[in-house]
Design a binder for this molecule. Sequence first.
Ligand code: NAD
Length: 706
Amino acid sequence: MPETSVSWTRRGDVALVVIDNPPLNALGPETSRALVAAVARSEADPLVVATVVTGAHDTFVAGADIRQLGGPSTPVGERATDRIDLSDKPVVAAIDGFAIGGGLEIALACHFRIATARAELGLSESLIGVIPGGGGTQRLPRLVGVDRALEIVQSGRRIAAPEAQALGIVDRLVDDPAALEETAFAEARRLAAAGDLRRIRDLPVPGDAATRAETFAAARRRADATKAGNRKALHAAVEAVEAACALPFAAGMARESEIFASLVGSPEAKALRYAFFAEREARKVPGMPKLDPAPRFAAGAVIGAGTMGSGIAMSMAEVGMGVKLVETDMDAARRGLSRIDATYAASVARGSLSADEKARRLARIEPVADYAALSACDVVVEAVFEDAALKRAIFDRLAQVMKPGALLLSNTSTIPLDLFVGGNSRAADVAGAHFFSPANVMKLVEVVDGPQTAPATLARAFAFARQLGKVAVVAGSCDGFVANRSRAPFQTEYQLMVEEGAAPEQVDRVMMEFGYPIGPFMVGDIAGLDIGYAVRKLNLAKDPDFRTLPIADRLVEMGRKGQKTGAGWYRYEPGSRKPVSDPVVAQVIEDVCRERGIARRAIPDAEVLRRPLFAAVNEACRILEEGMAVRPGDVDVMWLHGFGFPRQQGGLMHWADGIGAAAIAGQIDMWRDALGARWQACDLLRELARTGNPFSSIESRWRAKP
Ligand code: NAD
């Protein structure tokens, strides 16, 4: 018999049921069965008048065990939630920590909910592509109304206990966690004495059909607009809440269960679950120590107040850190601050930031020109031009002024760390922290482990990124690291296909149908086409054989630099950001191809999608082969959070697993013959193709430092 993770003890006339499944008391079928048995035991014990259900480890239940989702499910009517709800003696939920997903559903099945003020509640199922399947969509609308219930189910957000109390989800708050159990016992006795069972199932859903119709329509619009890859789940949530309104409770529960079952095995839900686990795994780096307590960074500095430096400074100010913003001189530093001011002002104008919060954030950023001002800082992020000699000079300076124990980070996007900190006395304190543009928005921070980076430095860099609310993923210190390096061939291919016959509109449409919120040429117009142009000219000056992009070059030379000039790959009406197809671009493409004798052909949509992505998969395999990334999932997390890869596809490598290494390697061989030597399947891809093993099975070649 597996050991039960639910204990039952009688204390006087109240039974205490403790769910204990460390670390977060995730619910599996076993826990559910044990809860059913615990309720039955309370009912059968004549000395017991009521039951308190709580969780061990300072938390209630953080959700169902996602690994067991999709397995055999207990029939409606026999689940823990059904059993608690129908108990003839009151059951009180005593909540500390998290009551999320299945955890909140257990609490909603109870007859009274007490929470500590620090507790957090929520129904997060939609984030992994399903709906609450334990009555959440049927009970919550009865408690808080259709509008709020849908907002909670669709957003999947965490609700702090005081808000949950204001909404009526929590009946009573206790400030002191130590008083939780005792208060729950007192409430349990009170309910028992009053014979008060307060079952949510017996409540009517508030509101009338007319107002609900508007609420459902709004919720469907939210579902259509989602960029989180969970559109089906958001629509399903509406359907389930409609059932709560239209059907008696038991029939609504059966409907919820059917809808849940229709989602849980879908490719989207599998991809979203995969992404969820990949994100959790990415926090684990072989050899990286766990720092206890986790470091907190209060005083920070950023060197270079350009595009990236200002965004990084904003990210730091946003979480309350003080920031010294260092430039070449005071004027430049002040200009940096004005740029930040202008960005914040735009947010205030849009209504996404209050004027007060803007003032608070700005007050945290201090322009400086003297490195002496950095001596008290806990962390510094260098974001000057991408120039190894300049970066070396700056890190030499930082080594002198930064206090012992300070964390030294570089935002370089391509340069291996040893090229500018090799020989630096503080090299052990230096890691890469590669933010993505715009740095105050994009969640990814690629943490680069240099040859001399100390394991504790890596851990501190992770802690810093997390403090900023970012997603940190480790990368080895090679040219371009992992994210940009795996994406470079993707970029080459979609550009070359336009020479061969695809239209930018076709490429953008195919990528958007795949799930990208916006196509790569549209992104180019936002970022500005002149940046890539300048880089290509530099490369061409260094290497006359450098393969330039004549169409993109021609557009820039015509003054079409993207949205900022009203035209790029598309044209833009004055004041509009909506890309409009432009016959001029089609003409440029035709002209350039004719001049260069490039034969154009119709390229099928499948090739438009697969060529850039297969090229990236092959490069990612090379990166894994070299041990520059820990695992395929890390590549996926980088693509999700650095490049807006569609979450419903899981990630680059998860998507590739849906196709299989053999098919990919075979196609790459054909493209090598048709398109040239840049197509070479790497050894690891060939190995997978030969063995039939999935990408997810790739074993780590990451070399942990001793
Ligand atoms: P940028 O040109 O916008 O800004 C660089 C800033 O550094 C300028 O304001 C410049 O005045 C300042 N600077 C130069 N020398 C300095 C010195 N000695 N002391 C203090 N400040 C100095 O460049 P950027 O796009 O912000 O890129 C900065 C770094 O971030 C580069 O290493 C780049 O590779 C990396 N990066 C850029 C992007 C991107 O999309 N732009 C993305 C990720 C990483």
